[in-house]
Write a protein that binds this ligand. Sequence first.
Ligand code: NAD
Ligand code: ZN
Length: 234
Amino acid sequence: MLTVSSTDRVFILAGAGVSAESGIPTFRGVGGLWRNYRIEEVASPEAWNRDPRLVWEFYSMRRRVASAAKPNPAHFALAKLENTLQERLFACTQNVDNLHEQAGSRNVVHMHGELFKSRCGTCSRPPFDDTNLYEPPAEVPRCECGGRIRPHICWFGEVPFELHRIYRALGQCTLFVAIGTSGVVEPAASFVAHVNGRARTIYVGPENPANTSSFTECYLGKAGEVLPDLFGAL
Ligand code: NAD
Ligand code: ZN
């Protein structure tokens, strides 16, 4: 069990593994989401410019998968932690589903965007809620400005959202906990190295991540089984 003291500031980095037990496949696991799609053909600005209908087909499929999913005990444990620690918790997820929010979390930074939001690829109109499925033969949706509406997702080659707030929170944390993230997607994979030497660094997941040597301690197991009993002495 991990002791969290009354002065600790906790940074959570959640990855695809947190939603795996809810039935949303990870990218790298068996049956990974991109099985039928080559990811570079659907999740990059180049893909969008080349074939926006294919991109919307992929994200519509992901919206359908995520709509059927329910939060698991890992999401509920994180929501409870937020409730206890309040502003001493900074939760950052790489997940684009909304299962943290469904479990009751109110303050999660989605560094890779949100599946149920869209935005204009041309003008500065802010991202908006969107649960529609845009599947062929449907046309790619258009903004009032004439630009194409795209998923509010950070694609390969794009800069993740809220990095400024994220690095500020990394600078303040005393306990860093990464959960279900393979440690290969940058810049998230380097967050642990950023806090090393200043904070305790913990990993939770069924196998060691690629950056395992950067962690003080690894709790090997499924997020839904480890997290509910992980945080003690709150
Ligand atoms: P990843 O697919 O690279 O790695 C998944 C990790 O989860 C692996 O290390 C695996 O060991 C671990 N894992 C599998 N089952 C687990 C469980 N039950 N409990 C805990 N851990 C488990 O995922 P990533 O490192 O998050 O990065 C890949 C990218 O994929 C991210 O950019 C993310 O945006 C995107 N992604 C998001 C979702 C989602 O929103 N739910 C799903 C798939 C991929
Ligand atoms: Zn526009």
